[in-house]
Design a protein around this ligand. Structure first.
Ligand SMILES: *Cc1c(COP(=O)(O)O)cnc(C)c1O
Length: 382
């Protein structure tokens, strides 16, 4: 079987986790801290809070920015459901911005129009969450300008985009947004099995996210509200969660990061190979904008929607385990119950109906890619 994605685990990853298992701390030791520092270095962020999933990271990011029941959060409907669920967890309402056909990222012209209307209606969003689909950054400079004009905050859902750059700055740098979130689920560009991280260049946001990710409890004397009674003393200052990352996950993350640049070179090579072989056959999400470098998390081809289902089935029947990224979130029954209608986001529906995610991971071989390519050509060119 050729999966759409899979983790790359070597002996050094296994050794790193075994070392953590043999250490004195399985939780709250030094490895989580070291992993946070390593992610700061990679993304050029000042602060990082590692947690147990990308979803948790989105949740604490929303809470740190003060998202609550009076607020609205806008995001992409062409994403994993966590991109919008995180706002609902806070009691906020959600709205979606339709995407560009070419990239599948939110269309900033649609956003600008929607903001102008919302301003008149006094219903501006508190936070906008762009999703860097497939690892390709959206136009952050334009988004930043809109955030200044209309006064909303930005959380980048960068779960696909570890290692991507926009105008030569790393995704996560904090130059264009308040907080960026990455996921280390097994299929992402590096893995901690389950895990995620929120990065920011704002000290106050970082402290708040850390507090929320650990029950709302602090042990640092400089932030105590009441008198420090002694060495046992700690304070719960708000209602938080247990979202902490554990030491085994951090150990795996640290060893994965040692190989990250190699992973990215291999992903790029595999993507270039698909593009080269499929350019006469089909289109794919993304464009050649020179200001962005994609992290190449996914390679999503675009196929005439009348042919998509049969191509998908042919690939699956031949043990090529392709996937769909993504169904329109507004089409999910839960979101329909909330009153959403997928037809209000026609580009999202169109991209979704044309999409197939091809297998892409660092160690995919050209033989495996040739099998995928041959099946696509057989189905689409006959
Ligand atoms: C994977 C993913 C998430 C959630 O990450 P988990 O670590 O699985 O919780 C959120 N948003 C996007 C776009 C993702 O791909």
């Amino acid at each position: 079987m050729i999966p759409y994605s899979k983790q790359t685990i070597d002996e050094d990853d296994i050794q790193s986790v075994v070392d953590a298992l043999r250490s004195s701390h399985l939780t709250q030791g030094s490895r989580v801290h070291d992993f946070e520092q390593a992610i700061c270095k990679l993304t050029t962020a000042n602060y990082a809070v590692a947690v147990n999933s990308g979803t948790s990271a989105l949740h604490i990011a929303c809470l740190a920015l003060g998202v609550g029941p009076q607020d609205c959060v806008w995001t992409s409907p062409l994403s994993f459901v966590a991109s919008s669920n995180c706002a609902l967890y806070c009691g906020a309402s959600v709205d979606f911005i339709d995407v560009e056909i070419k990239t599948g990222n939110i269309d900033l012209n649609v956003l600008a129009d929607k903001l102008a209307t919302a301003k008149v209606n006094n219903s501006l969003p508190k936070v906008v969450i762009p999703v860097h689909l497939c690892g390709r950054p959206c136009d952050l400079e334009k988004l930043r300008a809109l955030s200044i004009e209309y006064g909303f905050k930005i959380i980048e859902d960068a779960c696909h985009a570890l290692g991507a750059t926009y105008m030569s700055s790393s995704i996560g740098s904090g130059l264009y947004s308040d907080i960026s979130v990455f996921s280390f689920h097994a299929v992402k560009n590096i893995t901690t099995a389950e895990g995620g991280i929120a990065v920011t260049s704002n000290r106050e946001m970082a402290d708040k996210m850390r507090l929320i990710s650990s029950h709302g409890i602090t042990k640092s004397p400089d932030s105590f509200v009441n008198e420090n009674e002694g060495q046992w003393y700690h304070e719960q200052q708000l209602l938080g969660f247990n979202y902490r990352m554990n030491e085994l996950s951090a150990a795996l993350g640290l060893s994965q990061l040692n190989k990250f640049s190699d992973f990215q070179i291999k992903r790029q090579r595999a993507v270039d190979y698909y593009k080269n072989k499929l350019s006469d056959v089909c289109d794919w999400l993304g464009n050649n904008d020179p200001v962005v470098i994609s992290a190449n998390h996914l390679f999503v081809i675009q196929v005439d929607r009348k042919k998509r289902k049969s191509l998908f089935e042919t690939l699956r029947n031949n043990n090529v385990w392709v996937q769909l990224h993504y169904m329109n979130i507004a089409s999910q029954p839960f979101y329909q119950q909330l009153g959403f209608n997928a037809q209000e986001y026609p580009n999202t529906s169109r991209v979704s109906e044309q999409s197939i995610s091809l297998p892409l991971y660092p160690n995919i071989t050209t033989d495996e890619q040739d099998i995928v390519i041959a099946l696509i050509k057989q189905e689409l060119c006959s």
